[in-house]
Design a protein around this ligand. Structure first.
Ligand code: PLP
Length: 427
């Protein structure tokens, strides 16, 4: 065992003990695939703004930021107040509420495609409902999605997402309802022209790709009368106040949302053209769901969206991410580590160890270059955790509460972590 891992184990005894109990309860000891970690994942206790504390009392600068939900930082005072007030009034009233109307009005105000909507409990559920609406509205069956895109873990939307984990448990009949294509506009046109059973095309709004691709998708689906869905679960309220669709001027027929939408609580939404969303009216599509627009999520969501609407939240996070992206590229050059930091808006993506040409934005050729192994990336995350940075190795998600100082300090720690990896011969 190298020194980085030794230090990681020494620094986190309570997390290690917690992980030992967790493996008895949960497959791989975790409750979300992205939290699997060697030698064990850290157990966190609380968060405030851009900081988080683990159960051993270590303080971190957080770059996982609630899987992208916490653009306002952890425990934003206005959200804490709204949720605390609502907890005291009741967490489930089995009724319509003024809060859900307030929340829905904020979505409609901010998201260009949102004429009408339904709330769900997660992004996965929002995508499931979008597919059902598209099929009911069009009378067609198949959905086009793009290779490796992630649209939640439901049967249909998950098809084609993970090549290492090829759709186990998903019936063949469901797989046949999905058409998986490369990011190639000619392939989409050809499929739309040859297959008359396509109900919709879905695009992942946070996929980093030249915006002309998204604009062309909108144009060719419109020309052929096929519905276009943008999955704004990550990009919504982050790429711009109105998401990817507003930033790139490609207004879809349906949008799916979650994460920032619900202010850090569980919640999703499918919104779009009134005639498409109205397929949920009585006698067409069923849409129950015990926790749809529950009062806590509605209170947190309406409060978060009002803040995003009024304050320079996205702008601040974008500016900090640009500083971090540039700084990471500088660190890689200085340390002679091939690779890049790239991306748009406030999520910084990395390809450590990949030798390739890159524009540090869309990284057009990066996907073909091989970078660090999973073990090397795991070690980087350990080395950064030892230096009080909590992150994944491939993406760093900024909030509006990070600061220039935190960004600069993190860059120094990345440099130091790379030095430590080199010292033990790991890179
Ligand atoms: C683009 C995208 N769509 C859908 C989902 C699923 O959302 P949820 O995790 O709320 O079910 C995610 C989750 O990360 C996502 O990134």
């Amino acid at each position: 065992m190298g020194r980085i891992t030794e230090e990681y184990i020494k620094k986190h005894p309570k997390s290690a003990a917690n992980a030992k109990k967790a493996v008895e309860l949960f497959p791989d000891g975790v409750t979300h695939d992205n939290r699997r970690f060697n030698p064990f994942p850290l157990a966190m206790e609380r968060g405030l703004g851009p900081k988080k504390w683990d159960i051993d009392g270590n303080e971190y600068t957080d770059f996982r930021t609630g899987h992208g939900a916490m653009i306002l930082g952890h425990s934003h005072p206005a959200i804490v107040k709204a949720v605390a007030e609502q907890v005291a009034k009741g967490t489930h009233l089995s009724s319509s509420t003024e809060l859900e109307v307030k929340w829905g009005s904020m979505v409609k105000q901010l998201v260009p495609s949102a004429e009408k909507m339904r709330f769900t409990s997660s992004g996965t559920e929002a995508v499931m409902m979008a597919f059902r609406m598209a099929r009911t509205h069009s009378g067609k069956t198949k959905i086009i999605k793009f290779q490796d895109a992630f649209h939640g873990w439901a049967d249909g939307p998950y098809v084609g997402t993970d090549l290492d984990n090829p759709n186990n448990g998903i019936p063949k009949q469901t797989r046949e309802t999905m058409v998986i294509l490369p990011y190639d506009i000619t392939a989409v046109e050809r499929t739309l022209d040859n297959d008359k059973d396509i109900a919709a095309v879905i695009f992942q709004g946070n996929k980093v790709i030249n915006p002309s691709f998204i604009q062309q998708l909108r144009a060719i689906t419109k020309q052929r009368g096929v519905l276009f869905i943008i999955d704004e679960v990550v990009s919504g309220f982050r790429w711009s106040r109105g998401g990817c669709q507003e930033l790139y001027g490609a207004i879809p027929d349906l949008s799916t949302m979650a994460k920032i939408l619900a202010g850090g609580l569980p919640g999703g939404c499918v919104a779009g053209r009134a005639d498409v969303v109205d397929t949920v009216t009585k006698g067409k599509i069923a849409h129950p769901g015990t926790f749809n627009a529950n009062p806590l999520s509605a209170a947190a969501g309406a409060t978060a969206l009002a803040i995003v609407a009024k304050e320079p939240i996205g702008e601040t996070a974008d500016r900090l991410a640009a500083r971090f992206r540039k700084g990471l590229n500088d660190v890689m050059s200085k340390m002679e580590v091939p690779g890049c930091a790239y991306g748009v808006s406030s999520i910084v993506l990395t390809r450590f160890g990949a030798d390739h040409d890159c524009d540090h934005q869309y990284c057009p050729s990066g996907g073909k270059a091989k970078g660090w192994s999973p073990e090397q990336k795991n070690l980087l995350v350990q080395a950064l955790a030892n230096r009080d940075i909590y992150c994944w190795s491939d993406s760093f998600i900024l909030s509006a509460t990070h600061t220039n100082d935190l960004v600069d300090n993190t860059l120094e720690k990345v440099e130091d972590a790379i030095r430590a990896m080199r010292a033990e011969g790991a890179i």
